[in-house]
Design a protein around this ligand. Structure first.
Ligand SMILES: Cc1cc2nc3c(=O)[nH]c(=O)nc-3n(C[C@H](O)[C@H](O)[C@H](O)COP(=O)(O)OP(=O)(O)OC[C@H]3O[C@@H](n4cnc5c(N)ncnc54)[C@H](O)[C@@H]3O)c2cc1C
Length: 422
């Protein structure tokens, strides 16, 4: 086999996004995926303007919009009494950042990126489990479980939470949060679906638990996510996160939340892990990308988005560090990538942990949180500008590069409640 310019390991959202971005720069890309077929498990995913801006640059936004839902509002409610605490007006938010907030089925986003890679000519290989990485004189090499080797000028490791490549840079393990997520989708014909406004992304925050719902596929499905702290995990047991714990965790929540639990898939659940942030992602010609570099807790819904941003930024630096004749100065391109992405992702990881703690408060702390959230102005974007503004390509670039809309132009008379990214 001839050597491609780039090998991408992992065909998740991060790997496919990077492969597409680098192919767009005229590079030959081979993507190695361990699974026998490409796909995504789970249901919905939220894409904030810092992702839809990139999808637009890739020429994929209209297709993404046609597959998903562009909601009108994001609402936070208290899970115990169901009262509204805060909201984001997503139409106004779209005006502010220039791009929509979109919710989409994971498999639809994954399929969209896969088709884009196929059209762009990415060489897609399944059943290719990478077991080791090494730098070579001319680039880097990976070895597969089969013993086969592949070489390229650079290897991008988008191999997820349990990344093999990460071991080249740091000796760490995933950090358990002791929280577990149940997911499920409800078909539109169910009365449950007609009882909600599919134009809203809603998160109910409660003591040691939260519940999220939003519409998918143009309103054909209601996506639900139920997340809670597992007493069995805290007790150090291996069998944690089971359905009996799901029911117990939500016993004191409002009727609407409890009525949603029978619709959750009960045969599988997702234990929530992240990792401590690391600031070094590049080892010679091997670079981490996506969850291999920065797996977050999902509370600010930026994990897949950060992965898409990584690939886009890398593509921008390939374009900037290309000599005449097309040769890429990989040392410079990877150094520029590493100069900008880890600090942003560090901030996302630590904010996600803090945001989760805020959501799950109990007792007087819960009352204080609710009072603060109720006092926030709906059109106060001071918590979202650093996230939803344009993705920085260099560390000195101000993230707030959009044209701000004066707050006085915000619709008035609506409940002056505040929002946050769910
Ligand atoms: C409940 C929940 C809700 C979430 N909600 C959101 C959200 O709303 N918005 C958002 O942006 N993010 C969200 N996330 C986070 C997001 O799902 C992840 O951050 C994102 O999918 C990571 O993508 P990735 O491609 O980096 O890694 P992965 O999706 O883990 O992909 C890694 C790929 O590499 C392959 N692979 C692994 N090891 C090897 C190997 N050795 N050789 C070859 N291939 C290999 C795997 O098979 C897989 O295909 C959520 C996560 C959870 C759990």
């Amino acid at each position: 086999m001839s050597h491609p310019d780039v090998i991408v390991v992992g065909g998740g959202i991060g790997g496919l996004g990077a492969a597409f971005s680098l192919t767009r720069q005229g590079l030959g890309v081979r993507l190695l995926e361990s699974a026998p077929a490409f796909g995504e498990v789970g249901a919905g995913i939220q894409l904030a303007p810092n992702c839809t801006r990139i999808l637009d640059d890739y020429g994929l936004l209209e297709e993404a919009k046609s597959l998903g839902v562009v909601p009108d509002a994001m609402v936070m409610r208290d899970a115990v009494d169901g009262d509204e605490l805060t909201r984001l007006d997503l139409r106004h938010l779209e005006q502010r950042y220039g791009y929509p907030y979109l919710v989409i089925h994971r498999s639809d986003l994954h399929g969209l990126l896969l088709r884009a890679c196929e059209r762009a000519g990415v060489e897609l290989i399944n059943d290719a489990q990478v077991t080791s990485y090494e730098n070579t004189r001319a680039g880097a090499r990976v070895t597969l479980a089969s013993g086969e080797t592949h070489e390229a000028g650079v290897v991008i490791a988008a191999d997820g939470l349990h990344s093999v490549a990460r071991g080249l840079l740091v000796d760490d393990e995933p950090v358990s949060s002791a929280y577990v997520a149940y997911r499920g989708t409800v078909p539109a014909e169910q009365p449950r679906v007609t009882s909600v406004d599919l134009g809203e992304v809603v998160v109910y925050v409660g003591p040691r638990c939260h519940f999220v719902h939003y519409g998918l596929r143009g309103g054909e499905l209601l996506n639900q996510v139920a997340v809670f702290e597992s007493p069995k995990a805290l007790a150090g047991r291996d069998d944690w996160g089971t359905p009996d714990e799901l029911d117990a965790a939500f016993a004191d929540t409002c009727d609407f939340v409890r009525d949603g639990l029978p619709f959750m898939w009960r045969d599988k659940w997702w234990r929530m892990y992240d990792r401590n942030p690391i600031m070094q992602w590049v080892h010679g010609r091997i670079a981490l990308l996506g969850d291999s570099a920065h797996p977050p807790l999902q509370y600010i819904a930026q994990g897949a988005i950060m992965a898409v941003e990584d690939g886009w930024v890398l593509g921008e630096h390939v374009a900037r560090h290309r000599a005449e004749g097309g040769t890429v100065d990989w040392s410079a391109a990877l150094a520029a990538y590493e100069a900008v992405r880890p600090e942003h992702c560090r901030r996302v990881l630590s904010t996600s942990r803090a945001w989760g703690e805020l959501w799950h408060l109990d007792g007087p702390a819960r009352e204080q949180r609710n009072a603060l959230l109720r006092a926030r102005d709906t059109y106060d974007y001071s918590f979202t500008d650093w996230l939803f503004g344009p993705t920085a390509v260099t560390p000195d670039q101000e993230p707030e590069m959009f044209t701000p809309i004066p707050l006085s132009s915000a619709p008035v008379g609506e409940a002056a409640l505040a929002g946050g990214a769910a």
